[in-house]
Design a protein around this ligand. Structure first.
Ligand SMILES: Cc1cc2nc3c(=O)[nH]c(=O)nc-3n(C[C@H](O)[C@H](O)[C@H](O)COP(=O)(O)OP(=O)(O)OC[C@H]3O[C@@H](n4cnc5c(N)ncnc54)[C@H](O)[C@@H]3O)c2cc1C
Length: 251
């Protein structure tokens, strides 16, 4: 079984983000870059399948700057087998990313694509859905549990939906996007880091794929959220209710 996992290089959620003076983008200096946390969960899930199903190959795919090599190496150190980096100097928007994954999937023919449900930098939450549409494959988004059938021809996916859980059966090949509670990603071990240095990382300029990545969206403005004010202690539940009602006006 071959599993594709997408890996986006994003700012560490703990990083304090500064926005450029023209509001067009973030200031990339001094930002710590990491694997998108939901993609880390997707890698972990693929590795768990690999541990159960003999002969499984886990292929990581990243699209963006050459610097994303670092995040791919981390994924390889966790245990993935090889990586493909599609190089683009420009940040590609969701449809373009989906087209790249679609194109690679047409050539590589994975049985399963596991992606994060969203990237924490742009929160678009749509690449997985678009990949499934382009490939005309079934999809199960927001997965909190993935169970492959013994014959590896289908999967049962539990999804977190508003007010409960939904369980779907999907035939493979399919696209599954990972929610937070799918698993707890492992850390890369030292032997894993050593092995990762020798694993294949193929680089392909996006122009070589012959797909249309022309932007259709324009970010008009980025803004930081208002500064948080300090908290205060209340003496009783009654006082809390009264403060929430009359001051915060949330109830
Ligand atoms: C990948 C990802 C997925 C997420 N998914 C969800 C989600 O499904 N649902 C959701 O609601 N939010 C989600 N979040 C948002 C995240 O949980 C929020 O950032 C968090 O709830 C922020 O809480 P806070 O503002 O109190 O943190 P901060 O006040 O910024 O807290 C910072 C740190 O202080 C520590 N801390 C805070 N309060 C306490 C305490 N009482 N005792 C001890 N230590 C404390 C914690 O270690 C915390 O990490 C997600 C974030 C990421 C990055």
């Amino acid at each position: 079984m071959k599993i594709f996992v997408t890996v986006k290089r994003v700012p560490d959620p703990e990083t304090v983000i500064k926005i450029a003076s023209d509001g067009s983008n973030i200031v990339p200096d001094n930002v710590k870059w990491v694997i998108n946390p939901f993609d880390e969960i997707a890698i972990e899930e693929a590795l768990r399948v690999k541990e159960k199903v003999t002969g499984t190959e886990v292929v990581l795919v990243s699209i963006g700057l050459k610097a994303a090599q670092e995040q791919l190496r981390t994924g390889l150190a966790m245990g993935a087998d090889r990586a493909i980096l599609v190089l683009s100097e420009e940040a590609l928007e969701p449809l373009a990313v989906a087209r790249v994954v679609h194109k690679l999937a047409e050539t590589e023919k994975p049985d399963l694509i596991i992606m994060g449900k969203q990237a924490i930098d742009d929160d678009s939450n749509c690449v997985g859905q678009m990949v499934a549409e382009l490939l005309q494959w079934p999809q199960a988004t927001f997965a909190s549990k993935l169970e492959l059938a013994a014959d590896q021809k289908s999967a049962k996916v539990t999804r977190e939906v508003d007010g409960g859980l939904e369980t779907l059966a999907i035939p493979l090949p399919a696209v599954v996007t990972a929610d937070l509670r799918l698993n707890e990603p492992r850390y890369a071990s030292l032997p894993g880091i050593m092995k990762a240095r020798k694993k294949e990382m193929k680089e392909i300029p996006v122009a070589d794929l012959g797909i249309d990545v022309t932007p259709r969206l324009k970010i008009l403005k980025l803004e930081t959220p208002p500064k948080r004010t300090g908290g205060r202690k209340v003496r009783s539940v009654q006082e809390l209710v009264q403060v929430l009602h009359s001051e915060a006006k949330v109830i």
